[in-house]
Design a protein around this ligand. Structure first.
Ligand SMILES: O=C(O)CCC(=O)/C=C/C=C(\O)C(=O)O
Ligand SMILES: [Fe+2]
Length: 347
């Protein structure tokens, strides 16, 4: 079994409000290099962990984790709309295995995904449907949120399944490090239109989507100019987190507390749980036989993003049973990290 990991920040602001050409070029070089690596690797399937931003899931029924048995991109910002190539039976088997490991994964046979998924697919593979993909949404915008530890456990359960299923698997974590884009919250929203959009904002009119996107661009302009009231980027938080993922320091990752993360680095920093889940999936699929490499970091105020990228590569493995012999019909669920930790699942 061979596995690859690609974690990268995303931003809806690319192309709308950009940093200087040299920074745009630097990120474009990064994206091109990742796309080339992915093309050479030629994954049999991709497991993509990403957040939603009130485009696919809403407060009328907000899952913490949701796997798509079928999925369509809504086409927000500059991403294309249209179907992803989701292998339904594989997604069903994956959901069963993850749930069997004690992770209560929601599922959707008609999942709608936004730029959180679409930008990663288009940039890393060239299209929404270049490869079969299993999309897994992690709620990063609507408190109460799951913990970093629970995201790690989700990734582990999924990685154990994937490690036994495939010869060449790519795990992607799409989302930010420190950042606080202008995403409304039910706790502070007072405009009935905004409240309704958060609760049940599916299928906005083109005019409503356009107005929303214009507000985001205006907020980014204000942020880059030094005002606007959004939380500052936190390169210190970002670099420490990237070091921990690279070192696969699961105890440090499990120890993050949601309120402290929001306070230190901004409300959308919880998107970093996509990296945690993807890296934990890699760890489980490769039975720890892999290496991680933090490859890019820069705070980019124009994109309201601590923008980073980290990759991982499995050591060469003889067969897809690298993940360790599993008893027929059932995968081992508990990891070393959980065996040595407490039995508190709710942290
Ligand atoms: O309602 C909106 O469109 C709010 C803006 C929004 O969704 C911003 C998203 C930003 C990111 O996805 C990001 O920086 O990660
Ligand atoms: Fe995002």
């Amino acid at each position: 079994m061979k596995a690859m990991l690609q974690c990268m920040s995303h931003t809806p602001l690319k192309g709308y409000f950009d940093p200087s050409p040299d920074v745009v070029g630097e990120v474009a070089d990064l994206v091109n290099a990742v796309r080339e690596e992915v093309a050479c690797f030629d994954p049999e399937v991709i497991y993509l962990f990403a957040p939603d931003h009130y485009n696919g899931v809403f407060l009328d029924l907000m899952p913490q984790f949701c796997i798509g048995m079928g999925a369509t991109s809504v086409g927000d910002y500059m991403t294309p709309d249209g179907p992803l190539d989701v292998p339904r039976q594989l997604a069903e088997r994956c959901a069963e295995a993850v749930i069997d490991c004690g992770i209560d994964l929601a599922f959707s046979y008609r999942m709608q995904v936004d730029h959180g998924f679409a930008q990663a697919l288009v940039e890393m593979t060239g299209a929404l449907d270049r490869y079969p993909v299993i999309p897994i949404m992690i709620n990063a915008v609507a408190p109460p949120l799951v913990s970093f530890k629970r995201a790690r456990q989700l990734g582990e359960a999924l990685g154990r399944f994937a490690g036994h299923e495939h010869e060449r698997v790519l795990f992607i974590g799409s989302g930010g490090l420190s950042h606080n884009p202008p995403i409304p919250a039910i706790a502070t929203a007072s405009d009935p239109v905004v409240i309704e959009r958060l609760i049940a904002g599916r299928h906005p009119t083109p005019e409503a989507r356009d107005a929303r996107q214009k507000r985001t661009i205006a907020a980014a302009r204000a942020f880059a100019a030094g005002d606007g009231g959004l939380h500052a980027l936190s390169p210190e938080w970002d670099r420490a987190f990237m070091r921990q993922v690279q070192a696969r320091d699961w105890s440090a990752i499990d120890a993050y507390r949601n309120d402290e993360v929001s306070k230190a680095a901004g409300a959308s920093t919880h998107e970093a749980k996509t990296w945690v889940a993807a890296a934990a999936a890699m760890e489980a699929a490769c039975a720890q036989g892999w290496k991680a490499e933090a490859r890019y970091y820069r705070p980019i105020p124009e994109w309201v993003a601590g923008f980073g990228a980290l990759s991982g590569y499995s050591h060469e493995g003889p067969s897809k049973s690298r993940g360790g012999a599993a008893p027929a019909g059932r995968l081992q669920c508990q990891s070393k990290q959980d065996r040595k930790g407490t039995s508190d699942e709710s942290a």
